[in-house]
Design a protein around this ligand. Sequence first.
Ligand code: ZN
Length: 458
Amino acid sequence: MPNIVNSLKAELGEGAILSRSDVAKRAVSYWDNSPMQAKVLLRPKSTQEVSKILQICHAHRQSVVTHGGNTTCVQGTHSTENDIILSLERMNGITEIDTVAGTATLQAGAVLEVVQNAVKEKGLFLPLDLGARGSCTIGGNLATNAGGVNVLRYGMARSMVLGLEAVLPDGTIISSMDKMLKNNAGYDLKQLFIGSEGTLGIITNTIVKLMPCSTTTNTAFVALPDFKSVSQLLTYLKKNIGSNLSAFEVMWGSYYAAVTKPGGHRAPLDRTYPFYALFECDGSDPARDDERFLEVVETAFSDGLILDAVIPKSENERQSLWDIRDDFEDILQPKPVYLYDVSLSISSMEDYVKKVKYQLARLLPQSKVYVLGHVGDGNLHFFVQAGTEAGNSRHLSDLAIYEPLREYKGSISAEHGIGLEKKQWLSQTRSSAEIALMRLLKNTLDPYKILNPGIVVD
Ligand code: ZN
């Protein structure tokens, strides 16, 4: 059999291939600066080229790791010097925005923020939004079933997909590029690939559903006395604002204090409250929405649910409030810092966070922990600054986060996925029968285990 790199060069041309030394000039991910490793990195320009690459790799039993924007938080694109990386960076086009049907047809490598802006120019809105919007790609968003800040109203990435095209490990192209809202013709195959973290096929194109742009956006940043008020405020907002409530983000006091310390974000409210919430409502009734929103915030204040509030008067002010939630650079030092994305019922959150803090103080006494989350979705993020370089700090931190989660029957991953990082904890959230079915699917579609090897399940 000829050398695989020569076969790939003959198929794709030299320009599509980066050598091992060029690959090493790239960083592993947003979270890991160490040099990327691979035999070569391939940059196909079309689904047909992706198919050809996989046919060749399948024949050679060659492992392939797919890259979108490399913003994975769970080592979901882990590669070794023996792997080939397939990057979708040159398949980044917006093929069509259909303003009548309300759909966007996209290549998998399109950057989320570029798509958001293009759609907005046409008076439409893609509800998928997350902190990594400037780098992450649609293909990666779908492969990981991304969540983010608008899930409360619009659901996870999965709920926005109408059509999908993916290439199987043997090169077969599965094209289900439908625009139809309803299609019950047999298995909904696209759902196999969404959230499978690139282990069953490579997503190459998609059609996503768009919404009309809202004409009003109302935002408030508030301080709260305790967690009971946080959950009461959420219930109150759902009842009084209904489905217009698009985001309900909560920050524990220590997170807010850390990111607004001198040199960080400007603090819009005093830095000593126990909890802060950032919530937002999108609507389409300019005559009433603003007034109604103010009324609701004022009533929450007079009822004692909130202690103080800021309502932005301009888009810049709104953005600076969101930056407090989205830009947490200040707590990413000193390293190592471990990030988590667990999910559990809101009614258990306060107890759970207390138990995590207790376990961290016991297992990693020098650690610091910062908590925030999409509380409206039951999703918490923890940043654990381990406070020690000791090799087992990652495991001790994992124990402190995951062990107490058992009794609440929560999920070890709300939105980041499993990757390599959480694989050993998968059995805490999924039953042995569920994991066996995952393995059966993997072995059926990818018998030589060439796609994203070692990710999710072995
Ligand atoms: Zn998140």
